[in-house]
Design a protein around this ligand. Structure first.
Ligand SMILES: CC(C)(COP(=O)(O)OP(=O)(O)OC[C@H]1O[C@@H](n2cnc3c(N)ncnc32)[C@H](O)[C@@H]1OP(=O)(O)O)[C@@H](O)C(=O)NCCC(=O)NCCS
Length: 188
């Protein structure tokens, strides 16, 4: 997925785009990021994945996107398998210095967020989006990954964070508006 040209963006409005009718972007202004972290269960650990955990991260990504109410990612996923996603993640790490933040419970990866820090533009991009395994949802794992990501990007000195998503899905309705996230209109 490409990032849109944001020259004419106006916050909190939605329009269709060449990428699809429901495409949208959330952005966090990191200069305003000052939110306490959510409560974290003792069993849960957030860390960066090692290279040999990229395969499991890709499986969480694929399974998590496949299992969302209304199947909003069905078309997008036609181009992917867990194996091709793992290649994408490894390639992004090699070429762009991408990192894979993961939530782990009892040594099982249950949530992910792939992050690219663009120092030139001052942006942190969630290139995979935040994805939590279906059985582990509604327990604060998505919020924990989001807060940790924003906190890390802020410490890196970046000015904003962004994710591309689909209007109206649970991530856009409930997760990404947290910690100052604003939905941005995609120019047509
Ligand atoms: C979106 C997603 C990551 C949220 O993960 P999660 O671990 O369930 O998120 P949390 O438990 O931290 O929930 C965050 C908030 O959203 C609410 N929420 C999450 N899913 C919800 C749903 N389906 N319906 C209503 N509220 C929901 C939670 O109650 C919580 O509210 P609070 O902040 O007031 O306490 C998860 O649903 C998912 O993986 N979806 C499929 C993948 C996807 O589409 N990702 C976006 C890619 S761009």
């Amino acid at each position: 997925m490409e990032r849109p040209n944001e020259t004419h963006s106006k916050e909190s409005e939605w329009q269709t785009s060449p990428f699809g009718p429901f495409y949208c972007v959330f952005r966090w202004d990191l200069s305003r990021f000052d939110y306490p972290g959510p409560k974290q269960s003792e069993d849960l650990r957030v860390k960066f994945a090692s290279e040999n955990e990229i395969g499991s991260s890709a499986e969480v990504w694929y399974e998590g996107l496949s299992n969302e109410e209304g199947s909003p990612w069905a078309n997008y996923l036609k181009r992917w398998t867990p194996a091709s996603a793992a290649k994408w993640f490894l390639d992004s790490k090699k070429r762009l210095g991408a990192k894979m933040l993961v939530a782990e419970e009892q040594e099982v990866i249950v949530g992910i967020n792939g992050i690219i820090s663009e120092t030139n533009s001052g942006k942190g991009r969630f290139f995979t989006g935040i994805v939590v395994s279906p059985k582990y949802r509604r327990r604060g794992i998505g919020s924990l990954l989001l807060h940790q990501t924003l906190s890390d990007l802020n410490k890196e000195g970046l000015r904003c964070a962004e994710v591309e998503t689909i209007q109206g899905i649970p991530a856009a309705k409930y997760l990404y508006p947290k910690y100052g996230g604003k939905g941005i209109q995609v120019p047509v």
